[in-house]
Ligand binder design. Structure first.
Ligand code: FES
Length: 65
């Protein structure tokens, strides 16, 4: 099993668990913990992180592997 996993939550963000570093385009690091939620709906006011806006915007996706 991988040290880091990315789980696609139905109708929600990418839930990233494990050791990971998130950087902006200039290489500056965002403060993160052991688990983060990355926006995949495009509506977050706190990109790249999910702020729950996917619910108000009725984002729908339930991709299966
Ligand atoms: S996935 Fe939650 S705000 Fe975009």
């Amino acid at each position: 099993m991988a040290d880091t996993t990315i789980k696609l939550l139905d109708d929600g963000p990418y839930l990233v668990s494990g050791s990971v570093e998130v950087q902006d385009a200039e290489g500056k690091r965002f403060a993160t913990g052991d688990q983060i939620a990355l926006c995949r709906c495009g509506h977050s006011a706190n990109k790249p992180f999910c702020d729950g806006a996917h619910k108000a915007n009725a984002f729908k996706d339930a991709t299966r592997a």
